[in-house]
Design a protein around this ligand. Sequence first.
Ligand code: WTA
Length: 650
Amino acid sequence: MSDNLQAIEALSYEQRKFSPPPTFVQSAHVSDMSLYDEAAADHEGFWARQARELLDWSVPFTQVCEWDLPYSEWFADGKLNVSFNCLDRHVLAGRGDKVAFYWEGEPGDSRVVTYSDLLDEVQKFANVLKSLGVAKGDRVNIYLPMIPEAAVAMLACARIGAAHSVVFGGFSSQALADRINDAEAKVLITADGGWRRGEVFPLKNQADDAVKLTTTIEHVVVVKRGNNDIAMQSGRDHWYHELMAKADDVCVAEPMDAEQLLFLLYTSGTTGKPKGIMHTTGGYLTHVTYTFKYVFDHHPETDIFWCTADVGWITGHSYIVYGPLANGATQVMYEGVPNFPANDRMWSIIEKYKATIFYTAPTAIRTFMKWGTQEPAKHDLSSLRLIGSVGEPINPEAWMWYQENIGGGKCPIIDTWWQTETGGIMISPLPGVTVTKPGSATFPVPGVGAELVDEEGNHVSKGGGYLTLTKPWPGMLRGIWGDQKRYRETYWSRFAGRYFAGDGAKLDDDGYLWLLGRVDDVMNVSGHRISTTEVESALVSHPSVAEAAVVGANDAMTGQAIIAYVTLRGGLEVNEQVLREHVATEIGSIAKPKAIYFTPDLPKTRSGKIMRRLLRDVAEGRNLGDTSTLADVSVVSELQRRAAETPSED
Ligand code: WTA
């Protein structure tokens, strides 16, 4: 192994272990290793069984996986309809009155949507789309707040074989226009506005500005939610409720080829242009239905599932819309922010709907830590039986806080690693069988092959390395829309025959995987490779620190220097030198930050990811480019002011 990789050391001080609670194991879908054994013995046979057992096929498949590296096809001669699998089959089985969504609006209004309701709406809206000229193979853009119509729109596209491209409602008009243009979408579905932090944000105005920059949009459908004043362009813009009132009730679900494009979802890469990640029908639905059932240990009769993601991200696609609905789940969907009207909103929602499974992001968990344990303590969270995390490495302190204060010490935690590109969960505990360690995503789920490699692509069985995926899986991306060269270069060129995820990870002595973040977030200081996550984790383990972001800034002397941005827990104060020494104690003096800036907030994307690249720009005194994806621009100008004023430690 190369020197660089040998230097990836992280989190090795974490020794705690948690076995699944016996009461959980008793009713768990998986409580022994048989699923792992079956998948290891026959990879394709295992996935074929999942596809046959979990889904309804209009034409059964005989082919399982056609693998022409790096292109895969799954179940290619089979036919099925995704919206039939998510809706009709539950209603036909007599479960039409089951609640699909308990929807909670930010201002406190609410709606209950059953499977029958959802099926009715989806059929009508599929007919609306057809009446607007949308046909199989077309692309439809969706730019909506977190309202049930987002799921309706997605499922209506799936019903008629149009591909959706959902753009997060917090993206700017320019970002929306870029995505519409790349996908050449015909129709845009948006809303007048949505509620956020006690105010209506004017989505339609953004949509109008975006459409001006595009040539392909023929119709805009507008859901009434904000009741804010908007302009409607005659002939182009239509109210959702008016079209729905005139639409036919029945739209039969047409069987689609398993490899029919289901959706595009744009994600940022290392270059400026976002990549349209392509997902198809049969394989994707198999992967998300399987992982939803087994990773979340979902029991449709008793569970109330709540995933806090926005439908604009892959987590919302896979674990609000497709995975849960294919499993006939009852869910909570929430429109707004976690601190409206107060810091306990999430916990009041869990109490109100008696949610049993809660799935959120580490950055949210650390924010909840910052707000204090008195907030969850105000509510009865005893309905919860499983809690999950996704999106970033979760540091052991946040993991423990989550377990104690949200999980009441009795809920297993599933730390789930996956990506927009993987479609569904890849590495995660199975909660009825896996012994967890705080901060480790543990092992690949049955049916997934993951391995670490060094710089040269040699298999690493212990210590640090690059995370690669070794076998095709049904939910894998089928490519990048319009740019298959970029697909091959981004994911398949670095290590021969392997999908390179872009993440660094470490295998400990027991074979547990510890995700260390994107490898472009790994710093190289005086020839030593140190993960930003590792230093962040050390900082956050100090009792006064709520949240930390670490970047490697160019440094003439050491190659890179470690710069830390730290948010303190309410009311606490600590000296910079104390924190530097704390990091030295936790990891070694090589990891001591050169400078620590204290800040009341960290700059985050609207999806909650810390914008490390932007922090690196601030640390290196560069002018900032486009900050349109940033949640709160004022955070950055304040940091820039301080960086200019504060002399850094040597
Ligand atoms: C990171 C989100 C550590 C990782 C589903 C990955 C994680 C990127 C985890 C994908 C986790 C996601 N532990 N890191 N449990 N989950 N990541 O496409 O760096 O928005 O490559 O998909 O998030 O982000 P994306």
